[in-house]
Ligand binder design. Structure first.
Ligand code: FMN
Length: 368
């Protein structure tokens, strides 16, 4: 499978296969997904909350930084492998947890797991997956994955999912803390969006009902849950959805092994501070003690390099992998992740930096 993913540059294209540009063209992938998916499904994936200001600003915020290349360093190739919470991974670019992958492709999360494994990337599996967390762990084929947990109405069910994640071999538990209520996503309210018939939230008890997004409106996590769910699962806990230094400090004091800076892809608070602007504050507060990750609007290798320079240990991508899964299943996901990796390695070599674990902070400067 990996060998078939990419044609060499200049190799003839068979007439029946549309030509793929020899670089990662996320705009084209998104257009293809829009053409392929029902309008309400595309809008569910693409949309954000309220005025979608956070959503629109996220990619721009990464580009409000500029790179300061170092010259004459003799660097022409850059290894991307690193480790996250002690687990070796092939690159610092992982798959963010996103819900309902069965709407994008019949194999849903299983295909994403295979694609991430082929690219050597870490996948974070959503609570709201359309396959069970055990099925997705099996599809990851020995490569590492993390499980993302929402605080559900039922405490017993939430605890059960944490224990199951530990038993299934996940390497970390990601508590998503930015969803005490579901954000007001106007596109979904307009379309009265619900999971299509035939798909179900596989990690939830099968009660025969078609769950709607409102069923996900959760009970709230507390700081005490960080240590408690770490004990229940036997896993290090990552807190996802932190945008302030003071909150990050409290999470770490409460036992968090890592903090993940995120606006939930612009789907919750709007307008919220962009991850690219919150990251330096969080890194200053806790970066010396724990790993810090970031997501939201990361669309190129240079965005990744900017995040690493600002102190992120890794980044995660959401929508680019949605469009990749929609277009090409596991291969599509792997192509997207490989494309990001190639761009990152290329940009790092051009900038004279060769270690993804320690990109100097002065590699970036605010754009003027
Ligand atoms: C369609 C969709 C569904 C999502 N579902 C979840 C989820 O189930 N759990 C979670 O923690 N975050 C979820 N997120 C947020 C992502 O994990 C991530 O923070 C965000 O997508 C990153 O921004 P990007 O899409 O611009 O890369 C979702 C995002 C999208 C777009």
């Amino acid at each position: 499978m990996p060998g078939q993913r990419r044609r060499a540059v200049g190799e003839p294209t068979p007439e029946d296969v549309p030509a793929e540009p020899p670089f990662l063209d996320l705009g084209q992938l998104e257009d293809d997904a829009r053409a392929h998916l029902p309008a309400d499904v595309f809008d569910y994936y693409a949309g954000g909350a309220e005025s979608e200001t956070t959503l629109a600003e996220a990619p721009e915020a990464w580009r409000s930084w500029r790179l300061r290349p170092r010259v004459l360093r003799g660097i022409t190739s850059v290894p991307l492998s690193t480790d996250l919470l002690g687990t070796a991974v092939g690159s610092p670019i992982g798959v963010a947890p996103w819900a309902y992958q069965g709407m994008a492709h019949p194999d849903g999360e299983l295909a994403t797991a295979r694609g991430a494994a082929a690219a050597g990337a870490l996948m974070t599996v959503s609570t709201s997956a359309t396959h069970t967390l055990e099925e997705v762990a099996a599809a990851s084929a020995g490569s590492s994955a993390w499980f993302q947990l929402y605080r559900l109405h039922s405490t017993a069910h939430t605890e059960d999912l944490a224990r199951r994640a530990g038993n299934a071999g996940y390497r970390a538990l990601v508590l998503t803390v930015d969803l005490p209520l579901l954000g007001r996503r106007r596109r979904d309210l307009r379309s009265d969006f619900a999971l299509p018939a035939g798909l179900r939230m596989a990690n939830h008890p099968a009660d025969g009902a078609r769950p709607s997004l409102q069923d996900l409106a959760t009970a709230t996590w507390t700081f005490d849950d960080i240590a408690r769910f770490g004990r229940l699962s036997g896993l290090p806990v990552v807190v996802k959805g932190v945008l302030r230094g003071d909150d990050a400090v409290r999470c770490v004091r409460a036992g968090a092994a890592a903090v993940w800076v995120s606006t939930h892809g612009g789907r919750q608070v709007d307008p919220a501070v962009a991850s690219a602007h919150a990251l330096p504050e969080v890194v200053d507060a806790v970066g010396g003690d724990v790993e810090v990750y970031a997501d939201g609007g990361i669309r190129s290798g240079s965005d990744v390099l900017t995040a690493l320079a600002l102190g992120a240990r890794a980044v995660f991508v959401g929508r680019p992998t949605i469009w990749g899964l929609t277009a090409g299943g596991a291969d599509g996901v792997a192509r997207v992740l490989d494309g990001f990796g190639e761009e990152l390695a290329h940009t790092m070599a051009l900038c004279g930096v060769d270690d993804v674990r320690s990109v100097p902070r002065d590699t970036v400067v605010p754009a003027r």
